[in-house]
Design a protein around this ligand. Structure first.
Ligand code: GDP
Ligand code: MG
Length: 436
């Protein structure tokens, strides 16, 4: 996913300005990338049309750094799609009861341990783990192993086959023994079935937890969405835990689940160890999905540095009176990339008036470029050698008149004078503008 999106956004970065055509092109790529990451088709389509609306609304088309603005819009929208801000747990109860739900193998038991460890070490809570998976003796053992590992007590009752009764006994045990958080680990089946749904629903009704969390394996793609919907229909759960987000797991499930059930993703699991738990931050996930944490920002920095170097070279040349037509040409090309000339000049304090005197409008660039292209390298670096016969040759070569060549030479002289003048504060600003 990262690769594809990066490519799509990279295309934009290459262009100085964005046209409606390459916005559409880019969004097509973004949509394809989302689909590849198992994001539901309708969600991906809605997403791209919202980004498009925002992009056009914010005038990406005329902005100085459209590529970056576009990246920002895509990222913000993605963040929004995943919930905006990080959402914490509701730990208001005495004790606060947290119920785990989800399919078998999704990572409930592992996450129960991780969460207990997190609440104990990071939030100074005294958690109790309750083993309600009564179908496999190994499941109870597993929770006990986890509990020992993290130093958290585990409540279980091997002689009891009623998970509802065990959960209630667990909560009572917590109350009587000063635990302030109870984490109930439950049994899951390999697929959604009625028996499992009835059972989890009965536990839910009996203990009325402050938090019901739905645990889902991020690697299961579209299936994760269907499962989330089934559990939400029954439990109206409070939050989602996305497990197995380590390695190169696609992050698309985060987007799809949030969109379909409209519940916050609260935690992610990133490994088998007890420490492999993270609070879910939508903006970080957006970074991860976009691969922006590393690739995009690297590209941006590289580009900034390149422009910086160019701008500094130019300033040196101006200072040393070495500013020639080649540099002029480069500047024109930069300016053209940035968009409308008058708007641009309006942004430089004091420069607007000066530029009006010099009278360079957008159409004039064509002729100017042709004239410069007809100059020899020597003439470009040292315009003072351009005498009458040279002017005639240049005019002929560029399809312009000697008069026009004269006019450009005059403009060029004014321009280099002005640039030298603006070397101070204004000049710096101008250089910034020129960087595009
Ligand atoms: P449960 O059936 O829902 O209780 O799932 P388990 O907690 O027993 O986890 C099933 C398997 O997934 C186990 O082998 C876990 O070690 C593994 N697992 C759980 N969470 C993660 C995770 O975040 N990353 C990885 N790589 N493995 C995980
Ligand atoms: Mg389990």
């Amino acid at each position: 996913l990262s690769d594809k999106l990066d490519k799509a956004l990279h295309v934009l970065k290459g262009h100085g300005s964005i046209t409606e055509v390459n916005v559409a092109e880019t969004l097509k790529e973004v949509r394809r990338a989302l689909l590849d990451a198992d994001v539901n088709f309708k969600i991906a389509k809605d997403f791209t049309s919202r980004v498009k609306e925002k992009a056009l609304g914010q005038n990406v088309l005329t902005t100085l750094q459209p590529g970056q603005l576009m990246v920002k819009i895509v990222k913000d929208e993605l963040t929004q799609l995943m919930g905006g801000d990080a959402e914490g747990l509701n730990l208001s109860g005495a004790p606060s009861v947290i119920l785990m739900s989800g399919l078998q193998g999704s990572g409930k038991t592992t996450f129960s341990g991780k969460l207990a460890n997190y609440l104990k070490t990071k939030k100074s809570k005294k958690p109790l783990l309750v083993a309600c998976d009564v179908y496999r003796p190994a499941a109870i053992d597993q929770l006990h192993v986890v509990g020992e590992q993290i130093g958290v007590e585990v409540f279980s009752d091997r002689g009891n086959s009623d998970p509802v009764a065990i959960s209630q006994a667990g909560v009572a045990h917590a109350k009587a023994n000063g635990f302030n958080v109870v984490i109930i680990d439950t049994a899951g089946r390999l697929a959604v079935d009625e028996a499992m749904m009835t059972e989890i629903s009965n536990i839910h009704k009996a203990i009325q937890p402050q938090e019901t969390l739905f645990v889902v394996d991020a690697m299961t793609g579209q299936d994760a969405v269907n499962t989330a919907k089934a559990f939400n229909d029954i439990l109206n759960f409070d939050g989602v835990v996305l497990t197995k987000l380590d390695g190169d797991t696609r992050g698309g499930a985060a987007i799809s689940i949030k969109s379909v059930v409209d519940k916050p993703i609260k935690f992610i699991g990133t490994g088998e160890k007890m420490e492999a738990i993270d609070v879910f931050y939508p903006s970080r996930m957006a970074d991860r999905i976009l691969g922006m944490g590393d690739v995009v920002s690297l590209v941006e920095r590289a580009q900034e540095q390149f422009d910086e170097v160019e701008a500094r070279k130019l300033q040196k040349k101006i200072a040393k009176n070495q500013f020639g037509f080649d540099d002029f040409l480069k500047q024109i090309q930069q300016i053209k990339k940035m968009g409308n000339m008058k708007d641009l000049m309006g942004m430089i304090p004091g420069a607007g008036k000066m530029m009006k005197d010099i009278d360079i409008d957008d159409d004039a660039f064509k002729g100017i470029e042709a004239i410069i292209h007809s100059m020899t390298p020597k003439e470009r670096t040292n315009p003072s050698i351009i005498n009458a016969s040279r002017k005639k040759r240049i005019g002929n070569g560029s399809g312009t008149s000697v008069q026009e060549v004269n006019q450009l030479l005059k403009q060029f002289n004014q321009m280099s004078k002005m640039m030298k003048m603006m070397q101070g504060g204004g000049g710096k600003k101008m250089m910034q503008m020129m960087k595009g």
